[in-house]
Structures are given as structure tokens and as C-alpha cells.
Design a protein around this ligand. Structure first.
Ligand code: G3I
Length: 459
């Protein structure tokens, strides 16, 4: 579902200065232009939750097809949706999503086989052995039906209690016996031996009593040969439940148990810089953990979110990419996707500086090229820093903003100043650039976009 790299508008400063030309269309962008393509270059997927009934919305499906190479049915595979009456299965809504994904080469995360919530009413009224058998039958039938099409299954979802007890969550399933989780995993393995089998939960994103309890369970399962392949970290963040500072360390400690880790339902309430930086931090954490397979955001546009008022996603209600989209793509190592906005017109009219006193130094140091996405009253400028014939260990890009314009947020660089002459210096993880290689940073601003080529100074 990820399109190939797209052409990026770039300025070749020296050439422009010599020719007095304005815009050069570079035929080859070094950086992938979509979330899925950028993640794929890192050996990972970038997915989204999908609602079947929204697939007829062309803005929704356009973004889906363009950006994501993994999907998770948001509700269509849950017990109430797939087995509304006992032993009578209903797969048509989920099939719509799965068949489309398979046709497009996208992965599918199955969600979720056994969960205390979203049970059909007939199961809610069951208990004991009757419920245990009904649950195992459900796991077997659904996993068998989708055998071969699922990359990873959330076999059991949200089985631990919140708070400091580290206990299992009380539920009708838990009351069938503490071994209900491993029984579900064994049934799933028998039904679809090739699918990765995950335990999935929320508020387990940092080290705490709940994640410690899940950790102990995974450790126990691994030691006893209970089939488990992965742990899903839902990663629903907001002011009350922020991205924890030990997020990466927590992912890593689970990975060290011999399971893959996946970020399964990412959304981060907020806006602007803070939100953009948090999304980038999540991406960097996943990229830093070898066994982190991929990231799934829990919806496409803010308006698609289960908590839409918190504007927690990467696209606004009109389908325009937000600052969080740009920071996410940059953190994945991708480049700007100037056509990613369905409602704003990407601007390509960048005028270069022709002043000999402001050349882009280039040479063996570095050069800066830009692409811009501008709209009435604002813009996002993505700046690509390319090392010259030798490796550089740090860089600073300088440019002058037009009068009345100012920087509102920056990703993958530290800005000095917000108006007039501003400079952007590398952050800790992107200062080192090998000869001929590139890295990118970006910033969002109000007013009109700069029309001069940034200078680039290397260290
Ligand atoms: O489709 C019906 C519609 O016909 C009806 O008019 C309407 C009335 O309420 O309900 C609609 O169904 C809703 C469905 O979402 C689709 O929008 C359900 O009531 C509602 O309960 C359901 O909420 C889902 C929720 O899980 C259920 O627990 C959310 O969409 C979904 O995003 C959310 O996802 C969960 C994950 O599965 C597990 N982790 C937490 C995550 C967020 O809560």
C-alpha cells in the first residue's frame, strides 16, 4: 500500500546561483516519501487501524493506500463482530480490510482474539468451562479462517489490571482459571503456526507494576514453552498518561526476553511541537530496538480517532499532514512528501539567493536543499543536509525568514531564533553524516516560506 518514492522538489544551490534559475526538480529523492516506505527501509512496517465502513471515503482510502503498509482492523475482528451468535461466524467486514491489504501487499495485524471487552452478549453471560471452551473455539475458528494472512495476532488483549497490584484484571475469562491466557496462545498457534502471536496491553509502555507483571508472564511463558512471539505496546498517550522517559528501555527489556515488540495503537493527544516531538521520540525508540517490528497508529485523521477531541493522530480532519506527520516521517529517515496534502497546494516556487555573499558553502562540508509545503499563512520547510566528500560530525543550517514570518516548531534540529536570521543545528542523533549521505530536519512556520537557500556549515 506504499507507493514508490516520489520526486522531491530540491534546490541545487550552486547550480541555481550560476544559472540564476529558480527551481530544480530532482529526479531522485534519497529519502522515502511515505511512512510505509520509510519504515520499510528500516526493515519495519508503519500501519494504521482501519475501519471498514470508511474505506469508501476517498480521502481516507487515499491516505491509507499512500502511507501505510500494515493495517489493523479497528473493530471488525473482535469477538462481537466475528461471532455474533455462538458458532455463527461473520467475517465480511474484516474480509474487506484483509483482502484489500493482501492485494496491496500490506501486512495485517489481527486484533483481537480473546478480550474481556467487546464480547458478544451470549459470551458475556457465560462462565466456567462453558466460557473457556467457547473462547478456545472462537480463537481456533477465527485464527484458522485467516491462516496465512495475518502477520501478527493480538491473541490476548488487556488482561492485566491497572494500578500497583500487578494482578490480572478481573473478568469472566480470568474467572475461568489463570491459565486462560496460555490456553488461548496454544490454540492460536495450532490454528495458524506462521502468525506471530502477541500479548497486547496499554499502560505498559514504561516500567511499572503492570508492565512488570506482563514481563513476568512473558518470562514464564518463554521458560515453559508457551507459544508467544511478541508483545504489543498500545501507546495511547495524553497529559495524564504521557510518553514515559523509559519507553525505549522498556521495549528493550521485553525484547531481551526473546520476543518481538510492536507499537500497536499509537496516538498522542496534543498539537504542534510537543506532539510532533513525542511522535518522533516513539519512532526513534522503535528504531533503536532491533526487535521492534513496526508501529501502528490508531487511526488516520484526527476525526477518525476514538478520542477525536484530543487530535491525537498524524493527519487533521481534512486529511492534511500535521507537524506530527512530518516529524514522524523524518524520524523514520524519510523525506518530505510534497503531495501528501489533499487540500493544500504544495508550493514549488522557491527563489534562490543570487547574492554572492550568501553562497551555500557545499564543497567537502555540506549542502542544504529544501522542499516546501506552503499554504495561505503558513508553511512546512524540510531541509536536507547532504555531506560532501568527507564525513561530517555536525552541521548548522542558516537562513533568513521573510519579514513577518516565524518558526513555530522544529523537528530533528535545534532552532536558534524564531524570526529574521535563524539557524538550525543537528540534535544528538543526526549530526554524523557519512560522505555523500543525507539527513533531514524540518520546521513549521507562520507567514510566508523563506525564499533563500540555507547555508550549511559542517563540523
Ligand atoms: O458501529 C456502531 C454504530 O452503528 C452505532 O451507531 C454506534 C453507537 O454507539 O456504535 C458503533 O460502534 C462503535 C464502534 O467503536 C465503531 O465506531 C462502538 O459503540 C464502540 O464501542 C467502538 O469503540 C471501539 C472500542 O475499541 C471498543 O472497545 C473503538 O472504535 C476502538 O478504537 C477501540 O479500540 C481499542 C482497542 O480495541 C483496544 N485498545 C484500546 C482501544 C481504544 O479504546
Amino acid at each position: 500500500m506504499t507507493r514508490p518514492r516520489t520526486t522531491v522538489v530540491a534546490l541545487a544551490a550552486g547550480l541555481l546561483a550560476a544559472a540564476g534559475a529558480f527551481v530544480v526538480l530532482s529526479p531522485s529523492a534519497n529519502a522515502a516519501a511515505t511512512l510505509g516506505a520509510a519504515a520499510a527501509e528500516k526493515g519495519r512496517y508503519f500501519g494504521t487501524a482501519v475501519a471498514a465502513y470508511k474505506l469508501s471515503d476517498s480521502v481516507y482510502s487515499g491516505i491509507l493506500n499512500r502511507e501505510f503498509n500494515s493495517v489493523t482492523p479497528e473493530n471488525e475482528m473482535k469477538w462481537d463482530a466475528t461471532e455474533p451468535s455462538q458458532n455463527s461466524f461473520s467475517f465480511s467486514s474484516a474480509d474487506t480490510i484483509v483482502n484489500r491489504a493482501v492485494a496491496n501487499g500490506a501486512k495485517v495485524r489481527g486484533h483481537a482474539l480473546a478480550w474481556h471487552s467487546q464480547q458478544p452478549s451470549w459470551a458475556q453471560n457465560m462462565s466456567g468451562t462453558t466460557l473457556r471452551n467457547a473462547m478456545l473455539n472462537h480463537v481456533t475458528r477465527v485464527a484458522t479462517y485467516y491462516r496465512g494472512k495475518i502477520d501478527s495476532w493480538d491473541v490476548v488483549n488487556e488482561a492485566f489490571a491497572d494500578g500497583s497490584t500487578g494482578a490480572r484484571r478481573d473478568s469472566n475469562l480470568q474467572r475461568t482459571g489463570n491459565d486462560w491466557i496460555e490456553a488461548a496462545f496454544r490454540a492460536a498457534r495450532a490454528a495458524d503456526p506462521a502468525a506471530k502471536l502477541c500479548y497486547n496491553d496499554y499502560n505498559t509502555d514504561g516500567q511499572n507494576a503492570k508492565s512488570n507483571a506482563v514481563y513476568a508472564m512473558v518470562q514464564d511463558f518463554k521458560s515453559r514453552g508457551v507459544p508467544i512471539d511478541c508483545v504489543g505496546f498500545q501507546s495511547h498517550f495524553n497529559a495524564q498518561s504521557p510518553l514515559p522517559s523509559d519507553y525505549q528501555a522498556n521495549l528493550q527489556r521485553f525484547a531481551n526476553l526473546g520476543v518481538d515488540v510492536q507499537i500497536t495503537e499509537l496516538d498522542i493527544e496534543g498539537s504542534g511541537t510537543t506532539q510532533a516531538n513525542s511522535f518522533a521520540s516513539v519512532v526513534r525508540a522503535c528504531l533503536a530496538v532491533t526487535r521492534c517490528n513496526g508501529i501502528t497508529v490508531w487511526g488516520i485523521r484526527d476525526s477518525d480517532s476514538w478520542r477525536a477531541s484530543g487530535t491525537p493522530l498524524l493527519f487533521d480532519g481534512n486529511g492534511n499532514p500535521k507537524a506530527a506527520y512530518n516529524s514522524t516521517l523524518s524520524a523514520l529517515g524519510g523525506g518530505t512528501n510534497p503531495s501528501s496534502s489533499p487540500t493544500s497546494s504544495p508550493s514549488t516556487s522557491i527563489s534562490p539567493s543570487t547574492s554572492p555573499s550568501n553562497p551555500n558553502p557545499g564543497g567537502s562540508g555540506c549542502t542544504a536543499t529544501t522542499s516546501v509545503n506552503a499554504w495561505n499563512g503558513g508553511f512546512v520547510l524540510t531541509v536536507k543536509i547532504t555531506a560532501g566528500s568527507a564525513r561530517i560530525n555536525g552541521w548548522t543550517a542558516g537562513l533568513t525568514l521573510p519579514s513577518g514570518s516565524s518558526v513555530t516548531n522544529t523537528w530533528n534540529a535545534t532552532a536558534s531564533g524564531t524570526s529574521g536570521a535563524v539557524s538550525f543545528t543537528n540534535v544528538s542523533y543526526n549530526g554524523g553524516v557519512n560522505a555523500g549521505a543525507s539527513t533531514e530536519f524540518g520546521f513549521q512556520g507562520t507567514g510566508s516560506a523563506p525564499t533563500t537557500t540555507p547555508t550549511c556549515t559542517s563540523r
